[in-house]
Design a protein around this ligand. Sequence first.
Ligand code: GLA
Length: 386
Amino acid sequence: MTIGDLQKEFEKIYHKPAAHIFFCPGRVNLIGEHIDYNGGQVMPCAISLGTTLLIAKNEDRQFRFHALDFPESTAIAFSQDGYSKQGPEWFNYPLGVINELQKKGVELTGMDFLFSGNLPIGSGLSSSASIEVLTAFALNELFEAGLSRVELAVLGKSVENDFMGLNSGIMDQFAVAMGKEAHAVLLNTDTLEYEYLPFEIGDYVLAIINSNKPRKLVESKYNERFNECRTALKAFQQKLRVQHLAEISVEDFEQNKTLLNDPVLEKRALHVIAENERVKKAKEALTSGDIETFGALMYASHDSLQDLYEVSGIELDTIVDFCRTYKDCIGARMTGAGFGGCAIALIKQECFDDFAEKITAAYEEKIGYKPGVFSSVIAEGVRTLV
Ligand code: GLA
């Protein structure tokens, strides 16, 4: 839909024009998976797909939420006492942002919202972080709250953790708030220090392959992994002076793993520790233009997520297994939380169409339905359109 079409939709619903339009992208994570809640380093980037918000203040002291992609809409009366989550619907994300901003003392008035997105929902490309950071950015602009982009990302994470009940890390919100065109963001999730790494991959393109698997149990499994990591950390802390699992070296892990006294916890912790090491190597590879090594690290990351962290699944494994057999693919892995969602791959540009055709056929034959395959551009973070 064009901006003009969206304007017309807003007018149809609210009988007035939208005052402002904002856009926030989704993200993929290049490497560093499931370590942002363990103090590790991650390497996500914002993509060109995302969510658009049209917004206008109203005089009715009501927050009205509509989305073009979801049937549910609602109106919630302004309340000094804050808000709580209402059922499973999408509008809890912007409502959670309003709740957090009011807690910070930002004085809001009634507003009419219309959201429209082109991120495949539930595909692990962070449609939820996109809507959180988008709402926070828009209200920060409209009400001159003076929050920095990093503060908006932190606020989005609080919504996810405290309002929605998912123990996620900061990676997704940070990536969509701070993303930079043609760059990966290397983020230390302990200190929030970050740097931009030019994503120069020569003749290759970054492909996104959506498993189209209906995602179930993501939240409960995610929180289960979070708790396993907490338990492993506590066990190591009996001997090691560390605050996060990702601080532990592979050598210290090997010497102290008996403290865990549980083979499952051992696998989880080893993934976290080794994945953090891979991110450091991936930075070196990217900055020295060694795309082959970068690709090999992607495959190694996937193996670890499959075997040690156990968050992949037959759909994502089928995609990555196909990539390993495709001559002009030099690296692939699942991206995001897992349990369905998307994989990413580095494919020779001139072979992209052939790759898309062949992986679609191979995946459909094994899984029974088609994946989505597209090539992606690394884009800027949240921004004002109008
Ligand atoms: C989800 C969470 C992130 C991160 C990834 C896994 O996307 O929102 O914080 O933990 O899973 O790396």
